[in-house]
Ligand binder design. Structure first.
Ligand SMILES: Cc1cc2nc3c(=O)[nH]c(=O)nc-3n(C[C@H](O)[C@H](O)[C@H](O)COP(=O)(O)O)c2cc1C
Length: 366
C-alpha cells in the first residue's frame, strides 16, 4: 500500500516534522495549583502524544488579565516558565516539535476570575454567554472597553509571552486569534464598536494582530517561530455572529499575513457548526484560503484519517490538526499507520482535573 500522506515528513525553512499529524491546542485544566504552574502530570500527558509531528499546547495565558477558565496554565510568571520547561523537555526527548498557544480571552471571563475586576474587551458589550468560575458556571458581565494604554500593555504581554515560551524550550508560539477570544472580538463588528484606530474599518479591526506580530518581532523573536490561528466562519459562540464584513475581514488578514509576515504557519479551522444556510459564512475554509496563503497551512475540525490523507493529497493544506481524537488516542500516529480502530473521548473528563480521562487512555500495544 502507498504511504499515507499524513505520515510523510514535512519540511519547510521553519518546521521539520516527522509527519503531518498535528495535535490541536486543547485546554485541559490540569494546572491545579495556586500559581497555575504546568506540572508533571501535564508533562506525562504531552509526552504520551509526542509521536505527533507537531504539538500545539493548550491555550496558555499571557497575563492575569487574560484569564478566563480555572486551572489553566499561564506563561507570564518565572514559575510557569520553569514548569513549562519540564513539559517541553519531556516532549522533545521523544522528537515532536512543540508550540505554545498564547492566549487572552478578552470578555469571555468574569470578575471572579480577575480579582474582582471587569474583563477587558474592545468595547463594553456583554457576550451574553456563560463562563466557568471557581463557583461554577456564571453569566458573563459587561466588560471594560480597553484604553489605549491597556491595548499597549496587552501587546507587550504577548511579546513577553513569546519570549517566555522560547525560554521555556518551546519551538515557537501560536497566537490564539480564533474562537471568539480577544483578537476575534477585535476583528468582529458585533463585538468591536471602537472609534479609534482599532475599530471601524476592516484594517482597524485587524490591527491588534499585526501590532502583536510586530511587537513579537521587535522583541527579538523570529516570526518564523510564530503561528496564527483563525476561525473565520465562527458563528454563535461567545456573542460572535457573522455579517457581510466578516469574511472580507479574514480575507484581508490572511492576504496580509501571506504577503508581509513570514510565519511558521497559519492554522485555520473549518466551521465548527453547520453554516451552510448562513448568507455571510464561508463553508469551505481550506479551499478558500489555500490559494490566498503562500506559507504552511494547518487545517482542523472534525478531521479523520481518511479526510486528512485526502486534504494533503489534494494540496488543500500541508498539515492536519486533530483535537478530540488526540484526547483519547495518545498514539494517534501509530493507529493511523496500522489502520487501527480509534477510541472515543469522554467529554465529562475534558476539564475535570486529575489523571482520569487525561493520562489514562491506553496506547494500542500497551
Ligand atoms: C477539550 C477541548 C479544549 C479545547 N481548547 C482549545 C484551546 O485551548 N485553544 C484552541 O484554539 N482550541 C481549543 N479547542 C478546539 C480544538 O483545538 C479543535 O479546534 C476542536 O476540538 C475541533 O477539532 P476536532 O474536531 O479534531 O476535535 C478545544 C477543544 C476541546 C475538545
Amino acid at each position: 500500500m502507498a504511504e499515507q500522506p499524513l505520515l510523510t515528513p514535512f519540511k519547510s525553512d521553519k518546521l521539520n516534522l516527522r509527519n503531518r499529524v498535528v495535535m490541536a491546542p486543547m485546554t485541559r485544566s490540569r494546572a491545579e495549583n495556586p500559581g497555575t504552574v504546568p506540572n508533571d502530570l501535564m508533562a506525562e500527558y504531552y509526552a504520551q502524544r509526542a509521536s505527533a509531528g507537531l504539538i500545539i499546547s493548550e491555550g496558555t495565558y499571557v497575563s492575569p488579565e487574560g484569564v478566563g477558565y480555572i486551572n489553566v496554565p499561564g506563561i507570564y510568571s518565572p514559575e510557569q516558565v520553569a514548569g513549562w520547561h519540564k513539559v517541553t523537555d519531556a516532549v522533545h526527548k521523544l522528537g515532536s516539535q512543540f508550540f505554545a498557544q498564547i492566549w487572552h480571552v478578552g470578555r469571555v471571563s468574569h470578575p471572579d476570575l480577575l480579582d474582582g475586576n471587569l474583563p477587558l474587551a474592545p468595547s463594553a458589550i456583554n457576550p451574553h454567554d456563560k463562563v466557568y468560575t471557581p463557583t461554577g458556571f456564571q453569566e458573563t458581565v459587561e466588560p471594560r472597553a480597553m484604553t489605549a494604554e491597556q491595548i499597549k500593555q496587552t501587546i507587550a504581554d504577548f511579546a513577553k509571552a513569546a519570549q517566555n515560551a522560547l525560554a521555556a524550550g518551546f519551538d515557537g508560539v501560536e497566537i490564539h486569534s480564533a474562537n471568539g477570544y480577544l483578537f476575534h472580538q477585535f476583528f468582529n463588528g458585533t463585538s468591536n464598536h471602537r472609534t479609534d484606530e482599532y475599530g471601524g474599518s476592516i484594517e482597524n479591526r485587524a490591527r491588534l494582530l499585526f501590532d502583536v506580530l510586530d511587537a513579537i518581532k521587535a522583541a527579538g523573536v523570529d516570526l518564523g517561530k510564530v503561528g496564527v490561528r483563525l476561525n473565520p466562519s465562527l458563528h454563535g459562540l461567545f456573542g460572535i455572529t457573522m455579517d457581510e464584513e466578516t469574511i472580507p475581514t479574514f480575507d484581508y488578514i490572511i492576504k496580509r499575513l501571506s504577503a508581509e509576515y513570514d510565519l511558521a504557519y497559519l492554522h485555520l479551522t473549518e466551521p465548527m457548526t453547520d453554516v451552510s444556510k448562513l448568507p455571510f459564512a464561508e463553508p469551505h475554509i481550506a479551499k478558500r484560503y489555500r490559494p490566498l496563503y503562500k506559507g504552511t497551512l494547518i487545517i482542523n475540525v472534525r478531521m479523520t484519517q481518511e479526510k486528512g490523507n485526502k486534504i494533503i493529497a489534494d494540496g488543500d493544506a500541508d498539515l492536519v490538526a486533530f483535537g478530540t481524537l488526540y484526547i483519547s488516542n495518545p498514539d494517534l500516529v501509530e493507529r493511523f499507520a496500522q489502520n487501527a480502530p480509534l477510541a472515543e473521548a469522554h467529554k465529562e473528563t475534558f476539564y475535570s482535573g486529575g489523571p482520569k480521562g487525561y493520562t489514562d487512555y491506553p496506547k494500542l500495544n500497551a
